[in-house]
Design a protein around this ligand. Structure first.
Ligand SMILES: NC(=O)c1ccc[n+]([C@@H]2O[C@H](COP(=O)([O-])OP(=O)(O)OC[C@H]3O[C@@H](n4cnc5c(N)ncnc54)[C@H](OP(=O)(O)O)[C@@H]3O)[C@@H](O)[C@H]2O)c1
Length: 374
């Protein structure tokens, strides 16, 4: 039985801004699980670019540039605390961190006792379970409620999904946000057997997830990545890896694959290359998007869209049940973790600085103090 202290270590976000808005505290009140909730002792919590976007308030319409190292460390002056979040309901102080793997150490009322001691992964999309299809009533764990950059966290019991796998806790913590986002993108883009999918940002968390999950669906993957990371991206499963800033994307794809077009673009990058990504989509092609790390404002020629019968889908809130599917993929070994590095919770600021350099492939994971299995 784990001793549950009244206070815990946590990295607390105190407002939108630079890295100085992250405060490491060792006296944060340990959450107490209410009815229907469980308390999880966090073993590991994966990092995502989303954490940085939320910290710097990148979702504000006042921000017109990508998430780069300078803005990512210092924040943006034009953002106020009221307009920088992806949705509504972000309040400070907030404990971020969505990709939790840990063990259930206490349960509230009306919770199945058999969850006690189980290793779980947190299903990150919060819903009103009396109206689960209503996207307006959805929130994100670690954004609209406190998340896992702490020693303990609480969630509704139905969001604590037991996971049976030989993978280490830190490896399990690489999956949640990247893979659920990627799976939703591929679902929205109706990716299936025989499709050729272009994946920009392929070395990143979502990008490497897109490679694995598109291959799982029987698609061919053309990855774009920084050249130093090309070998690693290929080993994730990409069929072709092209440099991320080609002069002529169409020519590069044709030279590599023998066909100048793709069926699907699965994009979290956007930015200056965006018009070229759209130009390589075949007639009837699908563009599916969940991010714009290289820049949210792009040049869009509507003629390319309608004359080629394209379909464009945004992908953020995932349907109920998809996270359960993801746990199945993990348990059956259909997707592999890409754990680039672990960092101590107290090093989260340094970890974000390193993350912004984009020298790694896959995911960084944060480990709180005293995180061993109870
Ligand atoms: N909608 C959602 O629910 C959702 C969920 C998760 C993430 N996202 C968004 O998706 C994007 C990717 O997230 P992530 O966690 O996968 O990030 P990540 O791990 O940092 O990966 C992003 C990758 O994009 C590539 N890239 C290309 N051009 C870039 C540029 N100008 N600046 C920086 N990187 C560039 C980099 O790879 P190369 O160097 O190899 O090109 C980098 O590895 C972010 O914008 C994130 O906020 C959205």
């Amino acid at each position: 039985m784990t001793d549950i202290p009244q206070t815990m270590a946590a990295m607390v976000l105190t407002g939108h801004g630079g890295l100085d808005k992250l405060e490491y505290r060792e006296d944060f009140p340990t959450p107490v699980p209410g009815d229907g909730e469980v308390l999880i002792k966090v073993s590991a919590c994966g990092m995502n670019n989303t954490d940085i976007n939320t910290r710097i308030g990148w979702y504000s319409k006042a921000v017109r540039e990508g998430t780069h190292a300078d803005g990512g460390t210092k924040g943006f002056d034009e953002v106020s605390d009221g307009d920088g979040a992806w949705g509504s309901g972000l309040v400070f102080p907030r404990i971020q961190g969505a990709d939790v793997c840990g063990h259930v150490v206490a349960v509230g009322g009306d919770v199945d006792q058999s969850l006690m001691g189980r290793r779980v992964i947190v299903d990150t999309w919060l819903r009103d379970w009396s109206d689960p299809m209503n996207m307006d009533k959805c929130g994100y764990y670690g954004s609209e409620v406190d998340g896992g950059y702490a020693q303990f966290t609480k969630v509704l019991a139905r969001h604590a999904l037991p996971v049976e796998s030989d993978l280490a806790d830190a490896e399990i913590a690489t999956f949640a946000t990247s893979y659920i986002t990627a799976e939703n993108m591929l679902q929205r883009g109706a990716v299936g057997e025989g499709d050729t999918v272009l994946v920009p940002g392929a070395s990143g968390g979502v990008g490497s997830a897109l490679i694995q999950l598109a291959k799982r669906r029987g698609a061919t993957v053309i990855a774009l990545s920084g050249e130093a990371k090309a070998g690693q991206v290929k080993s994730v499963g990409a069929d072709y890896v092209l440099p991320r800033g080609p002069e002529d994307l169409r020519a590069a794809i044709e030279q590599a694959t023998g066909r100048a077009e793709v069926d699907v673009v699965a994009d979290v990058v956007g930015g200056p290359l965006w018009p070229q990504m759209i130009e390589v989509l075949c007639r009837g092609g699908r563009y599916t998007c969940a991010g714009a790390i290289a820049g949210p404002i792009v040049e869009f020629d509507l003629r390319t869209f309608y004359l080629n019968d394209h379909t464009y889908t945004g992908a953020t809130i995932v349907p109920p049940g998809m996270f359960d599917d993801l746990v199945g993929y993990i348990e059956r070994g259909e997707i592999k973790p890409l754990l680039a590095r672990t960092w101590a919770l107290s090093e989260l600021r340094e970890a974000q600085e390193a993350f912004l350099q984009k020298d790694h492939v896959g995911n960084f994971v944060i480990v709180p103090p005293d995180s061993q299995v109870p």
